[in-house]
Design a protein around this ligand. Structure first.
Ligand code: NAD
Length: 380
């Protein structure tokens, strides 16, 4: 299948994700046989000069400084939402009403109530949608999912995940505004729970099925920070660290931890799954490798295998180089774009859809509710 039809992209936000997605839209047709050719039609952000520089760097045909104007444009087919979490709801609802396809960054929303409105909006409008939980499409993570689905691990007993960072330890770091909106609860919705654990929860639900109940604790180590936008010292409303226990519907027990106070760790996302027959483990810092232990191996050579996921029969890898050569972080976004375009040609949304991602937001809300009450919370 070769790209015969153009798909005009309207990108909102030129920060970290604006760049990661622009790269993916540009690269996808060079490596994947996709039914649409993405056209970088327009980029949108509020600072005209910076926006122009971004548009020139990445090859956007035009710019808009008001996202409402972008959403209203008839020459835009898909809206890519790469802005802070407090803007996801309003933009997604407007884009759905305008009949656009929507690709929204994670977390879907600041909370379940907002997320539900977004799900209703896309389902009512019948527009294709996806949420950028991109770690699903790291080949080693996709392989982990495939191994579990094939039954190679047998019954799952344990799921263990961490997402550790250390960038907010200084009390002098302000909250709010460019680059620091993640520390402002009004913009972010929550701290590490919605920002980092959301990734761990999405991967876990995808591989291990629904979460049944959670018991959590959170802490805000720095209680007050200067707010960049107001200039005043204000209370910090986010969780700096969160740890929770979970029971999955399949009977497995899980433990999740995330913090921005783990000195020495920048983005240490790891998970390990222990089953009756085998175990697997993955580490974002070595993202092209999957650790695999198979109890069926002959005992004299039994041990953890270090699988270098680069062979053509491993997920996505036949589209890249030759066996033995690995790919990186940015490729997970290219894979999501490729899957989105393939699904779109069939009139389907690529997962995780807004509805799938709402499940992760529901778990995040249950985690925060449990931390607040000190009690187990059951997900209905
Ligand atoms: N999938 C991932 O791994 C991943 C990684 C990082 C961030 N994210 C998510 O992506 C989203 C953006 O995060 P980021 O790290 O790119 O943030 P960022 O701060 O780097 O960029 C945010 C962008 O939004 C723009 N913006 C803010 N308000 C705007 C408005 N009213 N109109 C138009 N543009 C506006 C800013 O100018 C900036 O370009 C968040 O939802 C975040 O949770 C996901």
């Amino acid at each position: 299948m070769s790209a015969t039809k153009n798909l005009n992209i309207g990108m909102i936000g030129y920060g970290f994700m604006g760049r990661a997605h622009s790269n993916a839209w540009r690269k996808v047709t060079n490596f994947f046989d996709v039914p649409y050719r993405p056209v970088l039609k327009a980029a949108c952000a509020r600072d005209e000069a910076k926006l122009k520089a971004f548009a020139d760097t990445w090859g956007y045909e035009s710019t808009e400084t008001d996202w409402r104007k972008l959403v209203a444009r008839r020459d835009i087919d898909a809206i890519d939402i790469c802005v802070p979490n407090d803007l996801h709801l309003e933009i997604a609802v407007a884009a759905a009403k305008a009949g656009k396809m929507i690709l929204c960054e994670k977390p879907l929303a600041r909370n379940t109530a907002e997320g539900l409105q977004m799900v209703k909006a896309v389902e009512k409008a019948g527009v294709l949608n996806t949420v950028w939980y991109n770690y699903r499409r790291v080949p080693a993570v996709t392989l982990a999912k495939n191994l579990v689905d094939q039954g190679r691990l047998g019954k799952i007993f344990h799921y263990r995940a961490n997402f550790l960072q250390d960038w907010t330890i200084s009390p002098d770091l302000p909250q709010g505004g460019t680059g620091l909106w993640r520390l402002d609860v009004k913009a972010a919705g929550s701290g590490v729970t919605g920002d980092l654990l959301a990734h761990c929860i999405d991967t876990a639900i995808w591989i291990n099925g629904p979460v049944e109940s959670v018991s959590a604790m959170t802490e805000t180590f720095i209680k007050k920070r200067k707010h960049t936008l107001t200039g005043k010292v204000e209370a910090v409303g986010i969780d700096d660290a969160c740890a929770f226990l979970a029971r999955f519907r399949n009977g497995s027990l899980a433990i999740f931890e995330s913090t921005r106070y783990a000195r020495g760790h920048k983005a240490k996302y790891t998970f390990e799954i222990n089953g009756e027959k085998a175990s697997i483990a993955w580490d974002l810092h070595d993202l092209h490798r999957l650790q695999y232990f198979d109890h069926a191996d002959d005992s004299v050579v039994r041990g953890w295998r270090n699988i270098h996921v680069s062979d053509g029969d491993q997920p996505y890898m036949n589209k890249w180089w030759v066996p033995g050569l690995q790919i990186g972080y940015e490729h997970s976004f290219v894979h999501q774009v490729a899957d989105f375009l393939q699904a779109a040609a069939k009139g389907e949304s690529a997962g995780p859809t807004f509805r799938d991602a709402l499940e992760t937001t529901r778990v995040c809300d249950a985690v925060l509710a449990s931390a607040a009450s000190g009690k187990w919370v059951t997900l209905k």
